[in-house]
Design a protein around this ligand. Structure first.
Ligand code: SAM
Length: 473
């Protein structure tokens, strides 16, 4: 039975409710009066329910779709301005005992190079990432109870935070690891992680069971209830997502929004971020053998509909997407992107040919971080290396209430400018630096009030003189 408050996966991601939602969306996909009303409701910026948003996703009327895209663009501007937060994944280990049929880390893959980074290798990777300019990482690993242990993760997080190379520092470590216990989530929280990320892969239980035939991840309920346990363990910033291409996208979309509604109802705070990965070729994985792939137009529509359904939730896109696709969806709602990514274990620090064989999926956007930063600025975005929120205690509902009131902009915009200035001073190519300095001079005028503007101006001057502190609002 559908129950948004229930702690049981089958209640809050209720199959019948999703089927009814899809039927309702089908019945109403040409109901232009209703669609117009839903767009008006979404324009109030308070979000839409999974049913309402599913109608918009199903709608194929061109004029209405234009309105949906326009609204998504406006909401993106209102809540996130022109800032794009930068991050990089760091693959710690690809040892895995699961049997996920779409992932090359599956236990039966005997020819992929298996590797777990030692603390010394992590140090080298982190220095390479700091030397690129990264301040925010997403740790990634397969699931292996005796190798990828909680102790290993905690030690790795400690190592990462401890490395201060030149002016570099990793200031926010997010982590994308297998579903675990409340006690382990508590330990991750105490270790100072930012967001706990876990993709549902698919919300369709039957499909899930076929795609995850063996290993701990095959337990749909345990996986789906992971965010509840994370929140019980005190992690109030969680990141959800589905792997588009595994099951039918309209089903996944409804499930994703139901998951967000459940977290909001049960814990008073929805997901901090939603990721929208699409299935890619990888080692022994041929994405074309999966029948639910989505084209770029559908992908763009999904991004726009998520944006207007959950305006306060950040949206992440990785280097699984090309420059062209990223360009298309950035303005529709994406707030965070990765740059200069390697998906192999040990891929940042002078990768050996052997390391390339440990890749999780083929990276499509292969540009360097400097190239990505420059590209963003040429489109008038401000690449932001900000990590201030969780370090200032702005997590969970505190973050959300600031977001809903619009006050978060007072912090985000100055922080984006100051962290971009740090990047430009320390890591940018001369061309990127020249562009960035100009952009900052222009954007300083948009810092909301005069007092903040003068503080930011002074801090920017100090950064330019290489008189550093960890400036943040
Ligand atoms: N072991 C953790 C888990 O079970 O969720 C972390 C998983 S993995 C390091 C991160 C994500 O990569 C997965 O959740 C999955 O969505 C995605 N992934 C796996 N295979 C992929 C592929 N072939 N193409 C694109 N993304 C893939």
């Amino acid at each position: 039975m559908y129950d948004v408050n229930s702690k049981h996966a089958e209640d809050f991601i209720n199959h019948e409710e999703i089927l009814e939602t899809l039927a309702y969306a089908d019945e109403n996909k040409n109901n232009l009066d209703l669609i117009e009303k839903l767009i008006e409701k979404a324009a109030l910026r308070k979000g839409l329910s999974h049913r309402e948003a599913s109608v918009l996703l199903a709608c194929s009327d061109e004029t209405m779709n234009e309105k949906i895209f326009k609204l998504a663009e406006q909401i993106k501007k209102d809540f996130y301005g022109n800032r794009i937060v930068m991050f990089a994944p760091l693959y710690l280990s690809n040892y895995c005992i699961n049997g996920c049929t779409y992932c090359p880390y599956h236990a039966k893959n005997t020819h992929i190079a298996r590797k777990q980074l030692s603390q010394e290798e992590i140090r080298r990777e982190v220095i390479a990432l700091q030397d690129m300019g990264h301040k925010r990482l997403a740790l990634e690993a397969g699931e292996h109870p005796t190798l990828n242990t909680m102790d290993y993760y905690l030690k790795s997080i400690e190592t990462i935070y401890s490395i201060k190379h030149k002016n570099g520092a990793i200031r926010r470590v997010n982590i994308n690891i297998a579903a675990t216990t409340v006690d382990n989530y508590r330990l991750l929280k105490e270790a100072g992680i930012g967001t706990y990320i876990l993709f549902q892969e698919t919300y369709h239980k039957e499909g899930y069971q076929q795609l995850h035939p063996t290993g701990p991840k095959s337990d749909y309920n345990y996986h789906t209830e992971a965010m509840d346990r994370a929140m019980e363990g005190g992690i109030d910033d969680v990141g959800v997502g589905v792997l588009f291409g595994l099951d039918k996208y309209r089903y996944e979309f409804a499930g994703l929004l139901m998951h967000a509604e459940h977290l909001e109802a049960a814990f008073g705070v929805g997901p901090h971020t939603i990721s929208v990965p699409r299935l890619r070729d990888a080692d022994d994985i041929d994405s074309s053998s999966f029948k639910n792939g989505i084209d770029d137009d559908t992908f763009a529509k999904i991004v726009a509909c998520i944006r207007i359904a959950v305006p306060y939730t950040g949206m992440i896109i990785s280097t699984r997407e090309s420059q062209k696709v990223r360009e298309r969806v950035l303005h529709l709602g994406i707030s965070q992107i990765s740059g200069g990514s390697r998906t192999s274990v040990g891929g940042y620090c002078k990768p050996e040919p052997e390391d390339e064989k440990s890749e999780q999926f083929d990276v499509i956007d292969n540009r360097t971080l400097d190239e990505v930063v420059q590209w963003l600025m040429r489109m008038d975005y401000i690449p932001s290396f900000c990590t201030a929120c969780y370090r200032e205690g702005r997590t969970g509902d505190r973050f959300m209430s600031l977001c809903k009131s619009g006050q978060i902009q007072n912090c985000c915009h100055p922080n984006a400018l100051m962290t971009l200035q740090e990047y430009l001073m320390d890591y940018a190519s001369p061309e990127t630096k020249a562009l960035g300095d100009k952009l900052i001079d222009k954007e300083i005028q948009n810092v909301p009030n005069a007092k903040a503007r003068s503080i930011v101006t002074e801090n920017l001057r100090l950064i330019r003189e290489n008189n550093r502190r960890d400036f943040r609002f």
